[in-house]
Design a binder for this molecule. Structure first.
Ligand code: B12
Ligand code: SF4
Length: 502
């Protein structure tokens, strides 16, 4: 009889198109490569992932099931399939990792079908946990795990961040045998074959609204520019990647690393994109910005958050970011022909409803000012949704105003909360439906007047038609009931970066 210790790793569906290399689960596969046999089931690439998983389980060889889980649609598929697996295969061990289970571990473990949560990076702890379970040795001292012991929930200590260059290379070739790599290299605004790569973990800042903070606690570790270049070059040479999407929370923390990478990648003639902070990049020299652009970096995503300095303080944006700096930087980016993609977070709590509303109006006016300064600035608008950061003033304020997370996974996947996950309707008690409408209607008009360049499906004529309609409203600040714009956007399937990613 074959040994029953194989590992099945599942990436629940997170995208309807533009499939990306499933980096979260691939890192976990890399961590056990050569030690345990593993397969990946990618929900993005399967019509019926539950059946695919069942077919593996029917071999009787799989004991450990790992799920990576983000909130939203991915959670919905994870819940349904995990439940099904545990009912039909109660002797499998179910391990969830990723941002959602790390933060909402109580709801996850109380579901009854998840045995362990990996809290933060799983690269060391996952193989150690499997070893312990295989050899019947204690797992209680393994760092980064959370589990139930009787009625208690036990959280083990957090591991220091791993030196990223010591991690094994990702098993792209093996992934290719399960799901052709070519399909992971999608057509985007950046290129015909866009490769998603994650070159650093964590972030050195502690913004109060950000889900990176409770897990990484202001820590950041990066792969060297040389290692990043080698990995990218491998995928370029083997599968023809011509563009890179860096999925790091904060790619540009180190000017030195960014410049080194730019020098290495420049001869490869690839287009690339990453996420950054405005105050960090304000300090980059002109020569660095010039080189970064020349090396193929065409667009950078920045967390602008708000033009209001008091709100930036409330968000604990840290660093030196200010409204004035956000505006000045948008102007500076014009010189280098780099498109700044500014993301704003509207709807933070305030003492009175009137103040909440005023802040929204302030930022709407600020966004219009940024567009006047540099019309090519891409704007992404989120509504503030709390994240459970211990000790964060903003989260405490949200709780004091009556905000509460759902207690069970079934509540999390209810239609109500699914909208919360997509940051569409935050269910925060201080935001009235009229305020949510105001934000969304402004967004509709703005997107109509300035359609995103990242939408490669919407033709020039269609964009122009929507723009014409939206111009009438944008110029005179009338945003209510923009049904005519919505209708055209729906018919022509306008792409929303805040939902569909970047
Ligand atoms: C790529 C990405 C996406 C892609 C999905 C790509 C795919 N795989 O198909 C797209 C664009 C679709 C997407 C969408 C969303 N995303 Co997203 N996404 C990311 C992003 C940028 C990278 C994820 C990644 O690959 N990381 C690289 C790997 C190596 O890191 P990792 O995931 O942390 O994995 C490590 C550990 O967490 C752990 N681990 C992870 N999984 C597992 C599994 C097991 C079994 C184990 C043992 C360990 C383990 O070990 C790994 C290695 O150390 C992250 C931010 C980030 N930089 O991580 C956000 C992020 C995960 N997304 C987030 C959110 C909220 C969303 C959305 C729900 C909302 C939104 N507006 O963005 C949507 C909707 C999702 C859906 N449709 O279901 C949040 C999650 C926050 C939270 N509280 O949980 C993040 C953190 C962004 C942020 N800062 O807000 N996303
Ligand atoms: S700088 Fe960005 S990634 Fe870092 S804590 Fe702030 S919002 Fe999160």
């Amino acid at each position: 009889m074959p040994a029953r210790n194989k590992v099945l790793l599942f990436n629940p569906r997170s995208a309807n198109f533009k499939y990306r290399v499933p980096n979260s689960i691939l890192n976990i596969a890399a961590s056990i490569e050569g030690m345990y046999d593993w397969v990946i089931v990618d929900g993005n690439r399967e019509n019926d992932p539950a059946e695919k998983i069942s077919s593996y389980l029917r071999t009787g060889e799989y004991k450990y099931i790992g799920f990576t889980v983000m909130p939203g649609p991915q959670l919905k598929q994870a819940v349904a399939i995990a439940n099904h697996i545990k009912i039909n295969n109660p002797d499998t061990v179910m391990i969830w990792g990723g941002y959602f289970p790390s933060q909402q571990y109580k709801a996850v473990l109380q579901s009854g079908y998840v045995d362990f949560v990996v809290n933060g990076p799983g690269d060391h702890c996952f193989p150690r946990l499997i070893d312990a379970l295989e050899n019947n040795t204690p797992y209680e001292l393994i760092k980064n795990i959370i589990y139930k012991s009787g009625d208690d929930i036990v959280k083990t200590a957090k591991e220091d961040l791993i030196e990223q260059d010591t991690l094994p290379s990702l098993p792209y070739d093996k992934l290719d045998t399960m799901y052709g790599m070519e399909k992971y290299l999608g057509k985007t605004y950046l290129g015909k074959k866009t490769f998603a790569y994650h070159s650093s973990i964590g972030c050195p800042f502690t913004c109060a609204f950000c889900s990176v903070v409770p897990i990484y606690e202001a820590r950041w570790k990066a792969k060297s520019a040389q290692k990043v270049y080698e990995d990218v070059k491998y995928v370029k040479d083997k599968w023809g990647a011509d563009a890179i999407e860096f999925h790091d929370n904060n790619f540009f923390v180190s000017e030195k690393r960014a410049v080194e990478f730019a020098k290495l990648i420049k001869p490869e003639k690839m287009t690339w994109w990453g996420m950054a902070r405005i105050d960090t990049m304000t300090k980059f020299s002109d020569a660095s910005l010039q080189l970064i652009r020349e090396s193929g970096c065409k667009i950078i995503f920045f967390g602008a958050e708000s033009g209001n300095d008091a709100v930036l303080k409330q968000m604990d944006k840290g660093g030196t970011q200010s409204g004035e700096q956000i505006a000045a930087f948008a102007a500076r980016m014009k010189k280098f022909d780099i498109i700044p993609e500014y993301s704003f977070v509207l709807g933070t709590p305030a003492a009175t409803a009137g103040q909440v509303d005023e802040q929204i109006d302030f930022d709407i006016a600020f966004i219009k000012k940024i567009k006047r300064i540099n019309p090519s600035t891409e704007i992404v608008i989120y509504i503030y949704t709390p994240v459970p950061t211990e000790g964060s003033g903003l989260f405490a304020e949200a709780q004091a105003k009556g905000f509460q997370f759902p207690q069970t996974l079934d509540d999390w996947i209810s239609p109500h909360w699914a909208n919360f996950d997509l940051r569409k309707n935050p269910l925060t008690p201080w935001l009235t439906p009229a305020m949510v409408d105001k934000i969304r209607n402004f967004e509709t008009v703005l997107n109509g007047y300035y359609p995103t360049v990242t939408d490669i499906r919407l033709s020039g004529i269609r964009k122009a038609a929507i723009k014409l309609l939206a111009a009438m409203r944008y110029k005179v600040n009338i945003y209510q009931y923009p049904y005519e714009i919505k209708l055209l956007q729906r018919v022509w399937k306008y792409r929303q970066p805040e939902i569909q990613g970047f």
